[in-house]
Structure formats: structure tokens, C-alpha cells
Ligand binder design. Structure first.
Ligand SMILES: [Fe+2]
Ligand SMILES: [Fe+2]
Length: 159
């Protein structure tokens, strides 16, 4: 379900998804010279995965007990796979088949997260908590500063 309210976490992340998909389609439609578009995809994708995982780790206790582990594992696995498909795109930016593989996988991943995790957050987070993450997802892109491996290490192995 798509929320119309501007303050909804759903809304901000869905906008972000649409932005990444829009750039992907743009790169697919360009005959050549899509380097600039691929760079933009890269920044949006890395920031999105980083903020999303930060949100997931911070609020994992809100997820239903019996589903928590599987939601976290599936999210991280799918993010790794997205990054893998994206690395293939970057190695050969004019290869439209690779871009399409990335797009297809992104679609299936987005369906998964809209159904579960996002809905839970939308219901459970306070306005203040949502605001904090919305600020982060709406900030100007910080180049090269989304250290997803460090984030995972800190949250998963520091307890
Ligand atoms: Fe997402
Ligand atoms: Fe995701």
C-alpha cells in the first residue's frame, strides 16, 4: 500500500526506488555514453541500501519474532545480489542485458520489501523517528560515504 503522506517512511523510500528505476531505464534507453547516468545510479543505490539497512538494524526488534531473522537475512542477501548485478553493469556500461538483469532483480526486491518491512515501520515508528530517517534519505548525496560493510559489522557482530 502506498502512503500519500509526505512524512511517511514508505513514501520517501518509494520515491527513492522510483528514482533508481528511472535512472536505470534512462541508461537502458541511451545508445551510448551513459557513464554519467550510471554514476548517479550508483550514488542513489548505495545511499538507499545504506539508509535502509541502518533503519532495519535500528528497529529490528519491531519485526515479528518469528519473521525477524528471515526478513533480515533475505534483505541482506538481496542487497548483496543487487550490488553484484550493479558491479556487472559498471564493468560494461553499454551492455543493456546487464542493465535489464539489474532492473528485473530490483523489481522483485522492491515487491518483497513493500509487503513486509516497510509496512511494519510505517505502523510502529513514531513521527520523530520517521523524521530522522527521512532527513537522511533526502539529504544531498555524500560521495563515497555509505560504508555498508562497516554498518553490518557494527550491528551484527558487536553484540
Ligand atoms: Fe528499498
Ligand atoms: Fe532494499
Amino acid at each position: 500500500m502506498i502512503h500519500k503522506e509526505k512524512e511517511a517512511v514508505n513514501f520517501a523510500f518509494i520515491n527513492d526506488h522510483e528514482q533508481i528505476l528511472r535512472l536505470t531505464n534512462l541508461a537502458i534507453s541511451k545508445k551510448a555514453g551513459s557513464k554519467n547516468v550510471i554514476d548517479q545510479m550508483s550514488w542513489h543505490l548505495h545511499r538507499h541500501l545504506y539508509v535502509e539497512e541502518k533503519l532495519l538494524f535500528t528497529y529490528m526488534d519491531l519485526l515479528p519474532n518469528d519473521q525477524r531473522k528471515s526478513i533480515i537475512n533475505k534483505t541482506l542477501e538481496e542487497h548483496d545480489r543487487l550490488l553484484y548485478y550493479f558491479r556487472l553493469v559498471k564493468r560494461d556500461i553499454d551492455n543493456k542485458g546487464r542493465l535489464k538483469n539489474f532492473r528485473d532483480y530490483l523489481h522483485s526486491h522492491l515487491d518483497f520489501e513493500l509487503d513486509g518491512f516497510y509496512e511494519t515501520l510505517e505502523k510502529e515508528l513514531t513521527r520523530e523517528e520517521k523524521k530522522k530517517f527521512l532527513n537522511e534519505i533526502n539529504k544531498p548525496i555524500k560521495l563515497g560515504f555509505y560504508p555498508i560493510r562497516k554498518l553490518r559489522k557494527f550491528h551484527l557482530y558487536s553484540k
